[in-house]
Design a protein around this ligand. Structure first.
Ligand SMILES: [Zn+2]
Length: 252
């Protein structure tokens, strides 16, 4: 059985707040415990920690998180959902933000939604998944340099602990079942705080940047704010594009 790393000082973290301040302290605690932040493309050893972000709600929030990590000399991987209803990675300001995340030393990968193509209860053949993933990776390659690792969005059970040809998955056994796995999905850390005292010697930590901000707010509020921000962004960019005024009833 693998030996555990020295325990993190969980008490010093207090109750989980979905603030950048708490997130920074969490990362510092992991660093103090001796973890090395590594990449999905590297082989894993004792004390390695894979830090992953699924960009479900906001590329701007991802950039802010990427800056915090860079200040701590930490690198991670940001997985981008090209089928998002909330952002368009090909839109100029968003592709520039992705370039900035890469320039900070982080990696970018594809966040792939099977739901976009197949019902959750109708698993397709592996080859069909591989074809769709390759097509979306090629799209993402037009704005950044994605790694071959792919993260599935709201993963159906039939992608877990499975390997594919042509790409690695963040849910394959090597980086999911066989090591510690800690995720902040839907802000579950409020009632199930990350069990940092029992982190195994190798772990994957998943956070969703859009769930974190300067001031704490619950999951519903974060989603509502992400929708508002996306609408504001779309309006501003569209009005700039077509030179229209904000007054209703006018058009060009
Ligand atoms: Zn997702």
């Amino acid at each position: 059985m693998a030996e555990h790393r020295p325990s993190l000082d969980a008490d010093s973290l207090g109750d989980v707040e979905f603030t950048h301040r708490w997130y920074r302290r969490f990362l510092e605690a992991l660093q103090e415990a001796g973890y090395q932040f590594t990449s999905f493309t590297d082989s894993l050893g004792a004390g390695d920690l894979l830090l992953r972000h699924d960009v479900d709600l906001s590329i701007d929030a991802a950039l802010t998180m990427a800056q915090i990590e860079a200040e701590l000399d930490i690198t991670s991987t940001y997985f981008v959902l090209v089928s998002s209803a909330l952002y368009n990675p090909f839109e100029r300001s968003h592709s520039e933000a992705l370039a900035e995340i890469e320039a900070l030393g982080h990696e970018i990968g594809l966040h792939f939604s099977t739901h976009r193509y197949w019902p959750a209860d109708e698993p397709p053949a592996a080859e069909a998944i591989e074809i769709r993933v390759a097509a979306e990776q090629a799209m993402l390659e037009t704005v950044c340099s994605p790694v071959e690792t792919v993260s599935f969005h709201r993963p159906p059970s039939w992608v877990l602990n499975r390997t594919f040809s042509g790409f690695r998955s963040t849910y394959e056994s090597r980086v999911f079942d066989e090591i510690g796995y800690v995720a902040d999905s839907t802000q579950r850390w409020r009632h199930e705080p990350p069990d940092v005292d029992s982190f195994p010697e190798t772990a994957q930590v998943l956070t969703h940047p859009g769930l974190w901000a300067a001031v704490d707010a619950d999951f519903d509020e974060r989603v509502t704010q992400a929708i508002r921000d996306a609408c504001t962004h779309s309006e501003r960019a569209t009005r700039q594009e077509f030179g229209t005024e904000t007054t209703t009833g006018e058009s060009t």
